[in-house]
Design a protein around this ligand. Structure first.
Ligand SMILES: [Zn+2]
Length: 396
């Protein structure tokens, strides 16, 4: 396509509502203008793309995704990065945080070095905003599918080296709040502008409240690998779930794959946090887009999982080991099971996650001057095309 494109005949999902007769003008990868179709006379210099009555939505920003189509970001090759970022455009994702699992310092640095190469060259699929480190500073008792041998307490020598070498690539870090030394770690990453996300954690309300002062702002996969109602002998205390509901300062995210959380829990989260404070995330792993079978979570020698019934399981099937969803699936599940309007579901998949990680000036909505990151889909949530910086990267 040319540098100048206009998308016509779409139902455009704008910040203030869905507009049936809006036309989007794209110039050199940016949204140049949004006009009523009646205002348009003859724009010969713009190539036309006919959305054929489908929804024209801001591209999705997935702030928690590990992999897809057989690859994980922890495979640490440019080819695997390309495979994942391209694959997820088929689900409408146009920007993402490449997410790591708990692993050694060497492997963490290798992932970040690979990301550096991909960012220098430019992405072939969804844009990689940066990294989301999920672990390794995670409480053993709340590790979920992270390898028991890889979770540990924050080590200042280790994290200082990671931060000094590659800290600028890290946008978000998921950490348990109960570990020795965690306050210093959180204060340090918050100081560097990294979004601190509490997760894989069993703490009570008092600890969460205190951790707000350390710099915690976000929380990792609501309800999953986190405490609710903590027992202190006969006494009940609020856990992480109750803290998220009570503390407006905290944002959260849901894995809306239709497996991790049933409709009533998605509704409960919306009722308590509002759609302005919840991001939809895929938390997808390498088994997404692949036939059922065995796959590892994280690196190739990571936790074994079984993909079956539309989700990844740990081998003994006592819990899930992340999802195989794409972002468009999460939007669909919110609309169909959580009484969520399409506009709100799209908001939770685009501008809300962009705000959570502080990139809303560039990403997350169809507005003048922003990146032309767009997904076009029909009323059955079939993706027609996904556009990254004004270029069609995926076409059904
Ligand atoms: Zn994850």
């Amino acid at each position: 396509m040319e540098d100048k494109v206009m998308i016509i005949n779409g139902k455009v999902i704008l910040p203030d509502g869905i507009k049936e007769n809006a036309v989007i003008f794209i110039n050199r990868g940016r949204i140049e203008d949004i006009k009523e179709s009646s205002e348009i006379v003859n724009q010969v210099e713009y190539e036309k793309y006919d959305a054929k009555g489908k929804y024209v939505s801001p591209g999705f920003v997935d702030i928690h995704v590990h992999g897809g189509r057989g690859s994980d970001f922890m495979d640490v090759t440019v080819e695997d990065f390309d495979n994942i970022t391209k694959y997820h455009t088929s689900g409408g994702t146009t920007a993402l945080l490449a997410t790591t699992a708990s692993t050694s310092k060497e492997k963490i640095l290798a992932v970040l070095e690979t990301m550096k190469l991909v960012k220098l060259r430019g992405s072939n699929g969804a844009y990689i905003i940066g990294a989301h480190m999920e672990g390794p500073y995670i409480d053993y008792d709340w590790k979920g599918c992270h390898l028991p041998s890889e979770v540990r307490n924050p080590d200042p020598d280790e994290y200082s080296e990671i931060l000094d070498k590659c800290g600028h690539l890290i946008r978000r870090w998921t950490v348990s709040l109960e570990l020795p030394g965690v306050e210093n770690f959180i204060r340090e990453i918050a100081r560097r502008g990294i979004v601190v996300s509490a997760g894989h954690t069993g703490v009570n309300y008092d600890v969460v409240k205190e951790a707000l002062g350390w710099g915690v702002t976000h929380t990792t996969h609501m309800y999953c690998s986190m405490s609710n109602i903590v027992w202190d002998k006969a006494k009940r205390r609020g856990g992480m779930v109750e803290s998220i509901f009570l503390l407006d300062e905290l944002t959260t995210e849901v894995i809306a794959d239709g497996k991790h959380l049933p409709g009533e829990m998605l509704k409960l989260t919306i009722k308590n946090k509002t759609t302005d404070r919840i991001a939809l995330v895929s938390d997808a792993m390498r088994g997404s887009g692949m036939p059922d079978g065995e796959y590892t979570f994280g690196p190739k020698d990571g936790q074994k999982t079984i993909v079956e019934d539309g989700v990844a399981w740990v081998p003994d099937k006592h819990c899930y080991a992340s999802s195989i969803a794409k972002m468009i699936d999460c939007v669909r599940i919110m609309v169909r099971t959580a009484d969520c309007s399409l506009k709100d579901a799209v908001k939770m998949a685009s501008i809300v996650p962009a705000k959570i990680i502080g990139v809303e000036k560039e990403f997350g909505s169809i507005e003048n001057g922003k990146r032309a990151d767009i997904v076009i889909f029909d009323e059955n949530f079939n993706v027609d095309s996904t556009w990254v910086e004004g270029k069609i990267i995926y076409k059904a």
